[in-house]
Design a protein around this ligand. Sequence first.
Ligand code: NAI
Length: 333
Amino acid sequence: MTIKVTLIPGDGIGPEVSSATQKVITASGAPIDWEIVEAGEACIAKYGTPLPEHVLETVRSNKVAIKGPITTPVGKGFRSVNVALRQQLQLYANVRHLRNLPNVPSRYSNVDIVVVRENTEDLYAGIEHMVGRNAAESIKVITREASERIGRYAFDLARKEGRKRVTIVHKANIMKLSDGLFLESVRSVAKDYPDIECDDRIVDAMCMNLVQTPEQYDVLVLPNLYGDIVSDLVAGLVGGLGVAPGANIGEMGAVFEAVHGSAPQIAGQNLANPLAMILSGVEMLKYLGFTEEAKRVEKGIEHVLLQRDYITPDLGGKAGTREMASAIIEAMV
Ligand code: NAI
């Protein structure tokens, strides 16, 4: 049975890395039927919005999508494509698997961390107002329901992936009610997972620990704002944007995408590193239950990175986006 997946190529380098990803994932043997739809800059001229309703409709009906980066339109009045997709599918968990890869330059080795970020509330709930002309307030929303839901997601993921420990990251020493509730809620969920160790760290201390000894961490679970910041920090520990995959997951579906943006400076030149998006595709294969196919792609990537003949300039090589993707396909067994 084939599975229908929406592919949104995106802007800038998006179409190049998306095409590379589509080829690699197809070559893995996974029975995927791609529905390719445009969103982003090209749609603004045609439809007056970067995310037309028919695109949302295919994502809603296929329930699984993979997207390239989308340039944030300059000027006000446009809905963010990422935020709109997140809301439509109630994608409450932002998940990044970040680990060192062979020959990808990094200050660290042996980092293998999953960052699980709550995606729907906290200061990102967008409740802001001016108080007079010279003061502004932003409201931080934390609920027991959303905190328990993300906690349960993190522990289920740890169990499924054979991971040992979940670390709750917070600032409950200062924000006793909001972060206190997050901490209490995730801790209450932890009781149902006696096989997984659970501890917690204050977010500032966590950042210092991460840059000193990142290899000691396994799964991190965080509210939205700290999650946004810490997930980029951890991406930096393993080699940065070119290799950081991402996923937004909810009960109604999932959208996979690389962490990087549309890199307009190098767009259309066959220079972009396709790995982050291909690795996002690997996460998608695992989500869909195509474990063998995912392993095949991972083996191909590892071979190409170890061999170094077909890697893009950001990794110190001379190969183009297309050549790197072809080499990964060649190396898949
Ligand atoms: P960016 O990630 O596009 O670029 C930052 C730097 O990393 C640049 O030097 C770029 O050339 C390089 N880079 C990024 N991805 C690369 C790849 N795959 N291979 C090789 N080099 C790569 O971030 P920037 O410049 O802040 O944003 C550009 C546009 O992308 C903006 O309009 C921004 O709003 C949008 N953006 C979209 C995202 C999304 O749709 N998920 C995420 C981040 C930014």
